[in-house]
Design a binder for this molecule. Structure first.
Ligand code: MF3
Ligand code: CO
Length: 439
């Protein structure tokens, strides 16, 4: 689910981006221009009312537009979200939108302000008018609409900025570049039924980690653990999400000692005193859950013991911030503080992430940073929170296999991760172990 609004002058490319966003997130593109043109073409009651205004390049009155949008947003296909394009155009429309969204318990996730110089927009419009032989796009009509945009619509930019969900977009760039920037600002919220599906994937992840915890003993190879996990995940009807992801060859990641993440399972046999970070992702019924745990193998050093506890405390501190009304960087900050309090370092180049429909969704969630920055957290967001920390410095190195990442100074590393949903009642961990995880 994502409720998205596009704001900006004619010719800024809102239509093209609206269609791309709609296709990407499976939500309808609610474009008032298209709706009005269709009504005129079909000669409906509404069409007959708006045709003379439209021909004169004038705006359709607020009450008509509000009624039209109210009806459109109530349609079944808008239940999972929408990209609104061309409404609101005036302050009364903006207030009406806020009101109608409140009535159905929704809120805009993000408002994109397409920024474009008048002259560029004007030229684009004229070119399009010539190409598509649109008779309503005369130079006079275009100028009149630009004037109306500045007079009546532009004040909405401030209105939405104060509500905290405005993102500025430089529109005078290639379509794909603009779209990438838009994608990076949309965090998909999941409906309650979708969160339940993620929880079922999460249960398989948690049970897999518990099973691996029982088998991770001196003498066992990481490859044996991988085979065990692969078989178990499939026996539960899931598929290991990692296998084949960007060519990754295994079902789990198994990273011993100074290795932080992405260790490819192989012939390495565990030894007494090792620590082993195991990362598991499961796709079940179209949804993904992702979790990691660092196991102590046999008797480990006091430093290792402290590192594991510190990393778990950092994860708990991050999860604690997964609440409606917090900001994204509150999670990052809490993890950093909890980690550094123990004298450990946060790896900067690896981040947590949105998860659910796919393994990696927006946003990226760094494990360090100032509090109070970034998007507001909302009900239905689902995050993989994953502190990756070392007992020494924060720098890491990539191995020749192009996957495994270790601490640069050879210090011990730990990685704990949970998939967490933000609910009205606070954070809900979707990968919590139902049986005790132990080594
Ligand atoms: N938990 C890791 C992540 O979120 C898992 C990715 S491993 C990979 O990035 F092999 F699949 F890439
Ligand atoms: Co992850």
């Amino acid at each position: 689910m994502a409720d998205i609004l596009l704001l900006g002058p004619q010719g800024a490319g809102k239509g093209t981006q609206g269609r791309l966003i709609a296709a990407e997130f499976g939500i309808p593109h609610v474009a008032t221009g298209d709706m009005l043109r269709a009504a005129i073409y079909a000669d409906t009651e509404l069409g007959r009312q708006v045709k003379p205004l439209y021909d004169a390049g004038r705006l359709v009155p607020d009450d008509l537009m509000i009624a039209l949008i109210r009806e459109r947003l109530a349609a079944v296909d808008a239940r999972e979200g929408f990209v609104l394009d061309g409404f609101p155009r005036t302050m009364p429309q903006a207030e009406a939108l806020e009101e109608m969204l409140r009535e159905i318990g929704r809120d805009l996730d993000v408002v994109f302000e397409f920024q474009l110089a008048d002259q560029v927009g004007r030229e684009r419009m004229l070119r399009r008018a010539a190409e598509e032989s649109r008779t309503d796009d005369t130079p006079e009509a275009i100028d009149e609409r630009l004037r109306l945009y500045h007079a009546e619509t532009e004040p909405l930019v401030e209105y939405f900025r104060t509500r905290g969900n405005l993102v500025g977009i430089h529109a005078d760039r290639p379509v794909q570049e603009v779209f990438r920037e838009i994608q990076q600002a949309v965090i998909i919220r999941k409906a309650p039924a979708e969160i339940e599906r993620m929880a079922r994937a999460g249960e398989v992840v948690a049970d897999t980690l518990a099973l691996l915890g029982e088998h991770a003993r001196p003498g066992v190879t990481t490859q044996e653990l991988d085979e065990l996990a692969d078989e178990f995940i499939r026996s539960r009807g899931g598929t290991p999400t990692f296998k084949g992801y960007r060519g990754y060859p295994a079902s789990i990641c198994a990273s011993p000692n100074e290795m932080v993440v992405h260790g490819i399972p192989g012939l390495y046999a565990l030894r007494d005193g090792d620590i082993l970070s195991v990362d598991v992702g499961v796709t079940l019924d179209g949804f993904v859950a992702d979790s990691a745990y660092t196991f102590a193998i046999g008797e480990v050093s006091e430093e290792a013991e402290r590192l594991l506890e510190g990393c778990q405390a950092a994860l708990a501190a991050g999860i604690e911030q997964c609440r409606v009304g917090s900001r994204l960087s509150d999670i990052s900050h809490a993890i950093q503080v909890a980690t550094e309090e123990q004298g450990f370092s946060v790896v900067r180049s690896l981040v947590g992430h949105g998860v659910g429909r796919s393994m990696h969704e927006e946003p990226q969630i760094p494990n360090y940073g100032e509090p109070g920055r970034g998007p507001l957290l909302a009900e239905g967001m689902t995050f993989a929170i994953e502190p990756m920390i070392t007992a020494g410095g924060a720098d890491v190195v990539l191995h020749d296999d192009e996957w495994s990442i270790s601490s640069a100074d050879g210090s011990l590393a730990a990685h704990f991760e949970h998939t967490v949903a933000i609910t009205a009642d606070g954070p809900r961990i979707l990968t919590a172990a139902t049986t005790a995880v132990r080594s």
